[in-house]
Structure formats: structure tokens, C-alpha cells
Design a protein around this ligand. Sequence first.
Ligand SMILES: [Zn+2]
Ligand SMILES: [Zn+2]
Ligand SMILES: [Zn+2]
Length: 588
Amino acid sequence: MPGQDRRKNKKLRRKKINFNKGYTPWNNKLQFELGAEADPSNGANIRVTRPEMEIYEAALTQHKGAANTLPTRLRPRHSYKEETEEQEDCSENIIVNFSKLKDFIKKCIKHRCRNHSKVDVAISKRMGLCISLRAMCEKCHFDIRSCKVYTECEKKSRGPASGYLHEAMTLAVLKTKMGGTDLQMALACLNIKVPSLQLISTNVNKQCDKMIELNEAAMIKNQQFVQEFNNCIGKENEVDVETDTAYNNRNQVGYEAGTQSFCPLIEKNTGLNLLMTMSTANKLCNKKINCSHNECKKTYSSEETISSSEGKLAEKILQKMNDHKILKVKSVTSDASAQLSKVVREFGKKSGNSIRYYQCFVHRMRTVQKYIKNLTFSKLQPGYDRDFFRQRLATCIRSRVRLELVRIHKISTQHHFATLAQSAIKNIVSCFSGNHANCKENSLACCAHLDTHNTKFLPYGVYLNLSVVDKKKIESALNKSLSLDVLNKISSLHTTNQCESLHHRVFTYAPKSVLHKRNFHGLCHSACHSSTFGTGKSSILLAKSLGLDFSKCAPFFKFMIRKDIIALYYSQRKKTAKYKIQKFFGKV
Ligand SMILES: [Zn+2]
Ligand SMILES: [Zn+2]
Ligand SMILES: [Zn+2]
């Protein structure tokens, strides 16, 4: 055959060229040993492989060689992305209502054709999470066009009724730290087709507005509750309140990152810490272009500093209380803020009934501790660690002062409190030094007269042995931080603890890491409503107001009730002695 011959000829010709006798072999008769390691000094001996695309691209950004060289010897292989076509995927999960699904199956059973293999079920209509199913037979005329397998809310306005799922899914956004994208993430992880962010935010906006409405009404109810409470115990129609402002960003000197602030007003009469009223400041506008800020959610001018909102908001909420005409504010407790005492004083003058201003007791105690901690003692006992000693002494004095004040508060009237407290505080240093001569007269906390008395609570477990100069230093520090004027200001021993715990809840619902341009006010109201009723009850009330109908044995209802019971259990457990001891030793 001619083809075969030609190939043979080719082979021969090649052989002739390559293997002529007498030629010097290319390796000059040197034999390479198999398995010998490549010589790293000679780059030619290293096996070259293609790098991965990611590594190559990362190396290219940091490559410092000449412009026409590459960081690696070879380029990575080009990869072609496979384009996936959008198609109905039967592996997806869908949410269906159980009773609606039952109805659908019952309808399908009516199909009387012999050949069941020709029946097909498909999703006929999709509205976000809400799905309609279709079943049809190719042979006969059996066709269930569109069967809704979701429940609808009670119709309130014109247009199609909104699906239960759409209203319900965003409840979690209002009642947890979750945002819209987190909700999408959760649904996507369940392999459910996610609704659009626009749909979610429309619902969240609507529900936030609803929440504001509900909480405003709840706060009025709270005020009426206190009014009736006062009636029952025969008090005048007055209320003691605490207030404190929180910012979405900590205020720093020179630069202000904060744009939003929240200020609640909580009563101290009933012991239930009911929220009387609240207010927020928001510097952010949620509209995109040319906003005159009449319609948007911006409530605070950009020119003013956010830290000045403390006074403004306090005035606003006091005015609100006045406008409701249900209760009169008798006293306001807040942390030591110059703005607030001025606002309270001026508002009292303006409204005609004087309001007393108290400072937060706990904040003042912290200041005392700081003062003592910053003292420099001239001489200490040999072997004492300076910092440890100061720290322990500060803690000791703080808890002693606290105990004295609490006990004096129990037995004294408003007028005597400051003088009694002052003599007790003056006595502390001599008592701690082992001189109990005046303790019987001045102290309500010293227990040197008891057999069980020991000095374990003091630094290094022994009485203080300080020079006269150092004792004077402590006394003057105490005098400075707890002067008669200050003692009068904290004489109610009120704290702003409840405000702080509410702040915590607010910034759980509206995390500081996310900007809530539009819904900050709504989320604050949501947090307040939750603190009044409990998260579960509040969610139920919100759901009801949105027209979500559910039975008492629905999973939603059961979970919400259970959530409140668990929260109550934990809050009570926190008050027990066992928990406090465990927490002290760091076991919780
Ligand atoms: Zn059929
Ligand atoms: Zn605006
Ligand atoms: Zn004593």
C-alpha cells in the first residue's frame, strides 16, 4: 500500500538524521541517575508546573520585576466559566400551609384517568415566598390551574390580600438583631428561593410604623397604670423618673461619629420600671436626593452636635409628659451631666412645678473609686504592691460607702441624710485603721463589736497602717467626691440602671454596626415595647395588629409564650444569691 510505504520512508529518514554513528550524544555520555534530587541552584532542573489562577493573580499584584516579566515561569491555564441556565429546580424547598396542602391533594385525588404517569405538578405562580401549585393530566382534561398553598391575611385595604408569610417573615427583623440580608441568608441556607430585599424592606418599614403606633399607646397605658398605683397607695399624682441618653457611636473628643441617639424616661415608683415616654434624635436622611427633610425620618439638625441632643431630648420628653397631663414629674435622676441639671431646672421654672434633680448613685460611687485609685501614697508597708494596694483600697472604700449610704437611707429622712452620711464617711478611714471609738455613733456598717469580725476584706487582710499625710489624702479625696452638695444630689439613691439595660436592648435590635437611616426610631419603639411586655408577648401583639390570624396552639404562639417564660426564669435566676456567688467566681 502506498500510504504505508510513505510512512515507513518517513521513519527511516528521521532515523538517519537523529542517529548517525560517530555523533557526540547530547549529554556527552553522562548518565543521569533516576530519582536524583534536582539541583536547586540550577533553575533548569526544577519541574515547572502551572500555578493556580488565584495565586497567580495575587502574585501579579505584588510583582516587582521588569514590566515585561511575569512572577511565575508559566501562566495559569485559562478557565472557562460554565454558564448555568436558569431552570425550575425540583430540589428547592418551598413553604406550604398544611391545611392548604391537604386541600390540594384532595383535589388531585379526584383525577380518575387510568394512566397516572401523565399527571404533572408544577409551581404555577410565585409571589416571594407565597406559592401556587398546578396539577394537570396530559391525557384527559383534568387541570387544577392555580391552587394557593399559602394563607392570606385579613384583607384591610384594596388590592390582593398580602400573604401571611410575607408579613410574618419580617417580624423577626423587628424583634431580633437580624437585618433584611440576614433573613435572606437564613432562607437561602434552608434552600428556599429568597424574596427580594425590596419586598423585605417595604414590610419592615410598614411594621416599624405600626410598632411606633403600638408603643405610643402602650406608654400612655403605663402612665395611667402609675396614676392608678399612686391612687391606691394614697400618694399624690407625682412620679420619680430616671433618664439617660445613648448614642449609636461613642462620643470622642474632636471627631463625632455618632449620628443617632436614644433617650428613655423610666419611672421609679412602682418597682416595675415602666417606660413613661421616650425620644430619639436622628441626623440621617433616608431619602436620596433633594430632600427638604419634612417627609423623611431626619429629626435632628446636621449643624448641631449629637452630644447636645442629650439636653434637647430630655426637654422634649419632659414636655411630652407635661402634655399628656396624666402624671407630674417630681424628680429626675441621671448621670452627672451638666446639660441635664440645667434643663431640669429651667423646665421646672417654665412649667411652674419645681422638679428635683438627682445624680445616679452608682455613677457617683464609680467616681469615688476612681479618686481613691488615683491617689499616690507617700509610704507603704514593705512588701506591698502599690497598684494592687490602691485598687483593693478603692474597692473596699467604695463598697463601705455604698453600704453606709444604703443603711442611712433606710432610717433617715431627706433632710438628715446628707449630714448623717457625711459623718459616716469621715469615720471610714479611722475604722479601717483599727480605731473603732466613734463607730458606734457614726457607722451603721462597722461590725467590730461582733465576735465574727475580721479584717479579711481589707487590702492584704490587715488594718491600714498609713502615715497621717496619707490618711489626710484619702479623707480629702472622699470629701471632694462626696461633698455635702453631692450627697444631697444622690440622697434618693436612685440609679440609671434601668435606662442602661434598655439602651442595651435598643442597640441589640438596632446594632451599632449597621446604619438604620429610616427605621431607627421604629426599632427603638420595638425595643421599648419588648421591654414593657416581654419579647414574646410584644411579638404576638404586633402580629395581631398586622392581621396575622393564628390559633392558640400554633407554633408561633407556643414559642412566643415559652420565650417569655424562659426569659423570666433567667431574670429571676440572676437575682438569686447562688447565681451571684457563681458569677463572682467566674463560673457562669
Ligand atoms: Zn387524566
Ligand atoms: Zn430628608
Ligand atoms: Zn469600726
